[in-house]
Ligand binder design. Structure first.
Ligand SMILES: CC(C)(COP(=O)(O)OP(=O)(O)OC[C@H]1O[C@@H](n2cnc3c(N)ncnc32)[C@H](O)[C@@H]1OP(=O)(O)O)[C@@H](O)C(=O)NCCC(=O)NCCS
Length: 203
């Protein structure tokens, strides 16, 4: 019996096929966490898009959500017009050192059934709008060299390859390269949040 009120225990494991004809992008909500974790954990188990090797627990996902609720590390969701969850994207601090407060790394993951239909482009474009609103100057993306879809997505949104780490990751018995991509959004206007708010210190 599922515990009432706990979305992690009531989220359907295998959702039905989706209608992606009409997609909207909105801020993610706490109720989205089971869907976010399902999509990300499936990718952990089945792909080299992420270097994680163990699925995230509900507690870890909730801690991630708390960290991203500071108003500086937004999480966006894509859904159909009927409310079907399609994927998420977020911005995360790269360092808690104050001089890095204008930089974020992006994360973007879609439900497998929603991929290859332009939804990633919509979601990442909306995330870049959020970055501009916050006064972020640089958005980084760390992408496994074999992840053609993500590389093309980022290049489509104006990211440039700035480096490659050879054999930096090991998963499923393979050594793989990680490519670093950067989108320089230009100097942020005075008064935007990044000028005045610093990352929370981890130590
Ligand atoms: C990467 C991801 C977010 C891209 O989103 P998407 O909605 O599938 O991509 P889009 O349909 O918007 O297409 C973006 C570009 O990638 C290309 N593309 C999409 N899927 C592709 C694939 N399987 N192989 C090659 N190119 C692909 C598109 O042609 C398009 O290129 P273009 O702009 O030159 O025309 C999505 O595929 C995904 O969630 N993948 C698994 C998780 C992941 O890899 N996350 C990123 C980790 S760095």
């Amino acid at each position: 019996m599922n515990a009432p009120g706990n979305p992690f225990e009531t989220f359907p494991r295998y959702p039905p096929p989706m209608d992606t004809a009409k997609v909207r992008i909105r801020p993610a909500r706490e109720v989205d966490l089971p869907a976010i974790n399902r999509i990300y954990n499936d990718e952990i188990l089945h792909s080299t898009a992420t270097w994680d090797t163990e699925p995230w627990s509900e507690a870890r996902r909730r801690a991630w959500w708390a960290a991203h609720s500071d108003g500086l590390q937004p999480v966006l969701a894509a859904e159909t017009d009927t409310g079907r969850f399609l994927g998420f994207a977020c911005l995360t601090f790269v360092s808690d050192k104050p001089g890095w407060r204008f930089t974020r790394e992006d994360t973007i993951y879609l439900d497998p059934a929603a991929r290859g239909q332009g939804i990633g482009r919509q979601l990442l474009a909306a995330l870049l709008d959020e970055a501009r609103r916050l006064g972020v100057r640089t958005v980084l993306a760390s992408i496994t060299s074999t992840n053609t879809a993500s590389i093309r997505l980022h290049e489509h949104l104006g990211f440039q390859r700035v480096g490659i780490l050879r054999n930096a990751g090991y998963k499923f018995g393979r050594w793989l390269d990680t490519c670093y991509y950067q989108r320089d959004l230009g100097e942020p206007p005075p008064g935007t949040p990044a000028w005045v708010r610093t990352p929370p210190r981890s130590t």
